[in-house]
Design a protein around this ligand. Structure first.
Ligand SMILES: O=C(CO)[C@H](O)[C@H](O)COP(=O)(O)O
Length: 334
């Protein structure tokens, strides 16, 4: 199958109707649930083997929707969490638990060179440049804190961003599920800060650099009443929440402004890359650049951060679906 070709798979039984049989939720929770069930209906297929499960309150409904498919379908799959919360969700739902660092090696692969099957034995892998190649996730579902017109996302509101990016960028397709509050034209419209996961020792230096880059008042996230002192992530790191002015898209830039912070404006991709270069930063809660389908179409492996589709539960009871646009003639949606 050529990259970008539509995937035709057997579809799982529809479960949207299952919502009606449950205790009704109200408002935002009901909107999240509708979006989650629709996203799972559209992007979860019985043929899949490896599924990424994100973190946060919306993903709870994603797991609910997947569990409702039945053990006959899910028992043959492996569910990969993005942190301790989603690990518990997976276990409690009775889904088989895996780990992102335990995905098995590719055994048989269609190479780019004419679709030749290559066995994962001896030097065969080396010869074909497949040494160390692991299975990708077929799909990963996650929530987000804000999503812009081009499906760039802010994530990390729940302090799980490093593992979330690891899982999202290991997936052939990454699907975001959220409620209507998260849908904004530009990032940092309603959501005020970019979460950044950092090594604790680097906190003062990172804060200082963020200020020089235009973040007025970056703060180390505190545990509040749940924990005295900084929030410690699943990776024993801290989170800095860095406010910036709303982020531009490339199409917003005018004249000499390259969106590199020099004129006070940052373009999403520029800022994401700049923040990642700071020593002490483990991961940045900006999901930007390419999506998994675009990365695969370029013949590369991993690294796609953006979703191929985002599902929003709207106030009027509908689910709005935003899909990635065609990039260089490659459709991003299977
Ligand atoms: O990035 C995240 C956790 O780090 C969450 O996915 C994000 O905060 C959305 O959470 P919720 O579904 O509760 O709104």
């Amino acid at each position: 199958m050529a990259p970008g070709d539509p995937i035709s798979e057997p579809s799982a039984p529809s479960i949207v109707h299952a919502l009606e049989e449950q205790i009704p939720l109200s408002g935002i929770e009901a909107a999240k649930q509708r979006a989650a069930f629709k996203a799972v209906d559209d992007h979860f297929h019985p043929s899949y083997k490896y599924i990424g499960i994100g973190s946060g309150s919306t993903v709870v409904y994603v797991v609910q929707a997947i569990a409702a498919k039945g053990r006959k379908i899910t028992d043959g799959m492996i569910f990969v969490p993005t942190g301790d919360q989603s690990k518990q969700l997976i276990i409690e739902a009775g889904l088989p638990l895996g780990s992102i660092d335990a995905l098995p090696p590719v055994e048989v692969s269609q190479t780019k060179m004419g679709g030749v099957a290559a066995l994962n034995v001896g030097t065969g892998l080396q010869d074909l440049g497949l040494k160390g190649k692991r299975q990708s996730l077929d799909v990963a579902f996650d929530g987000a804190d804000e999503i812009d017109d081009e499906l760039n996302c802010i994530k990390g509101g729940g302090a799980c961003l490093f593992q979330e990016k690891l899982v999202a960028s290991s997936a052939k397709k990454f699907i975001v599920v959220a409620d209507s509050r998260k849908l904004q034209k530009r990032l940092l419209t309603k959501w005020p800060t970019i979460p950044i996961e950092i090594a604790p020792l680097s906190a003062p230096t990172v804060k200082r650099i963020l200020i020089t880059l235009g973040s007025s008042d970056p703060k180390i996230r505190q545990g509040g009443s749940a924990k005295a002192g900084p929030v410690v992530t699943d990776n024993s790191m801290w989170i800095i929440d860095a406010p910036f002015p709303p982020l531009c898209l490339k199409s917003d830039l005018k004249g000499h402004d390259n969106g590199d912070g020099e004129h006070g404006t940052w373009e999403v991709h520029n800022l994401g890359r700049r923040l990642k270069r700071i020593t002490g930063v483990l991961e940045v809660g900006l999901f930007h650049g390419r999506n998994g389908v675009q990365v695969a179409a370029a013949g590369e492996e991993g690294g796609g951060q953006k979703p191929v589709a985002a599902y929003f539960g709207m106030e009027n009871g509908e689910v709005e679906i935003r899909t990635a646009k065609e990039v260089h003639g490659v459709k991003s949606i299977p």
